[in-house]
Design a protein around this ligand. Structure first.
Ligand code: PLP
Length: 495
């Protein structure tokens, strides 16, 4: 058997869909033995998670399967080193290897995305957004017109100066996409600190087309005059014209920030180019590294040179010490994303989403915006007489893992919702193509058509309980097992 941990130059690096007989099996067996000698329950949970991931249809739009090289990189002693600060400017001694790791990861990020600057320390997407928000505020502090306030470096400001600054700016204003249109909590919504830092207003989507109405965004920006215009989403199934958004930001003097957490893989894989590539248009671009980009869990900020010094203050301003092992895994995943094989993968993610949407539509499902042109699909399950919560649970019973999500102007709110969000990044990594995604669409519609809301004690339909017709879960699981068996996850990895 070949050792496919060694990247093959012609086919690209070994992915979660590759055969991993040999070295990877040995590495994981040994690791689990060592873990089990200390805490067997953790070794067991780790094995069980692999079994669960192998045996379910993972359609969560924000999840993926990282490559063995990326996963293995996280389990090392690079985790043990403190390295607060930036490359060559650390608050701890002996950081030369972390300097190498961080430089290599940043270099790959800059080259891959064509960015002027990359900051790879954020521990997650939320952290990346917080770093970007503080960078924008700090940058404003350095604007010459503020010199008259006696304000200097944000790190050297006294409490009285902070007070002056807060007074000067009054409410910080951020304009981002509304949650029910697909925006993210970190774009100025109350449950997140951004909702406290900023006075937030959101732009929705056109009630008819359910797509972004750029004229409406422009009108809101002119009226609201935001400090930051935010683009990016978690549940919007369409591409965004970032050139147009930048024009709007420039018109009102706003900093333009894009959160590409969901679709970074499509940018990296050159599926989104020109006006749909945020990097040439935004002042700052934030992302996670673990969704369509297929790296370790983490975050990243790309910025223009102008914003770089402010971004560099992320640690210690809002971040703890960087995670050396995770930055190393980011470097490995970003190197993978620079291969032609990743571009093929990214195109397949988008093509498969089209097939999935087409398969659902042709079987009578209703989709927000009527389809997709990115990696995700949002099904409005109200046409099946279900809430998102009921649909999500019934699908899970049948071995299909999705998540409920609000649809625009959702009558069921953010908890029960009327939508189910699904995405193609994970199963595309496993090797699913058009035939499999069409079959997945068929299975989803079968489950939804076979589910009905359970009535409450008062005899009215409830929002959480449901009844899935007998035998549907079993037949769906059997059909999935056939496809999953043909496209094994980490094939050859026998624990
Ligand atoms: N930004 C967007 C658009 C997201 O969808 C998410 C995650 O769901 C995040 C940020 C937060 O990422 P993390 O969970 O890594 O903090």
């Amino acid at each position: 058997m070949t050792d496919t941990l060694t990247p093959a130059t012609t086919t690209g690096p070994a992915t979660a869909g590759s055969d991993l007989s040999g070295a990877a099996t040995q590495a994981y067996r040994s690791a689990l033995e060592v873990i089990a000698s200390v805490e067997p329950r953790i070794a067991e949970a780790t094995r069980a998670e692999l079994a669960d991931q192998r045996s379910s249809l993972k359609l969560i739009a924000s999840e993926n399967y990282a490559s063995p090289a990326t996963l293995l990189t996280m389990g090392t002693w690079l985790s043990d080193k403190y390295a607060e600060g930036t490359v060559g400017h650390r608050f701890y001694a002996g950081c030369q290897n972390i300097d190498t790791v961080e430089s290599v990861a940043a270099e790959h990020a800059r080259e891959l995305f064509g960015a002027e600057y990359a900051y790879v320390q954020p521990h997650s997407g939320i952290d990346a957004n917080l770093v970007a928000f503080w960078a924008i505020l700090a940058h404003r502090v350095e604007l010459p017109e503020l010199a008259e306030l006696g304000l200097k470096n944000i790190n050297e400001m006294t409490e009285a100066q902070w007070e002056t600054l807060r007074h000067k700016f009054g409410n910080q204003r951020a304009l981002g996409m509304s949650l029910d249109a697909g925006g993210h909590l970190t774009h100025g919504f109350r449950p997140n600190i951004s909702g406290k830092m900023f006075h937030q207003r959101s732009y929705g989507t056109d009630p008819q087309t359910q797509r972004i109405d750029y004229d409406a965004v422009r009108a809101a920006a002119r009226e609201f005059k935001p400090l930051i215009l935010i683009a990016g989403y978690s549940a919007y199934p369409r591409r965004v014209n970032f050139a147009k958004m930048r024009e709007i930001a420039d018109e009102v003097g706003a900093t333009f920030m894009v959160d590409m957490a969901h679709f970074a893989g499509l940018v990296a894989g050159k599926v989104f180019t020109g006006d749909e590539d945020p990097v040439p248009h935004a002042h700052l671009v934030t992302t996670t590294t673990h969704k369509s980009l297929r790296g370790p869990r983490g975050g990243m900020v790309l910025a223009t040179e102008e914003y770089a010094p402010s971004v560099d203050r992320g640690c210690p301003m809002v971040l703890g010490g960087p995670l050396g092992n995770v930055m190393a895994a980011k470097a490995v995943a970003l190197a993978e994303a620079r291969t032609p094989a990743f571009q093929t993968y990214a195109q397949a993610v988008a093509d498969n989403a089209q097939t999935l949407a087409g398969g659902l539509l042709s079987r009578g499902a209703q989709l927000v915006t009527g389809g997709t042109d990115n990696h995700l699909v949002l099904i409005d399950v109200s046409s099946f007489g279900l809430t998102g919560r009921q649909a999500e649970s019934a699908l899970l019973d049948a071995g299909i893992v999705t998540n409920r999500n609000a649809v625009p102007a959702d009558p069921n709110g953010a908890w029960y919702t009327s939508g189910v969000r699904i995405g193609t990044p994970a199963l595309t990594t496993r090797g699913f193509g058009a035939a499999e995604f069409d079959r997945v669409a068929e299975l989803i519609v079968d489950v939804l058509e076979s589910t009905s809301p359970a009535t409450t004690a008062a005899g009215t339909p409830g929002k959480a309980k449901y009844v899935l017709a007998d035998g549907v879960a079993e037949r769906t699981k059997a059909a999935s097992a056939e496809m999953l068996g043909a496209h094994p996850l980490y094939a050859g990895l026998e624990l």
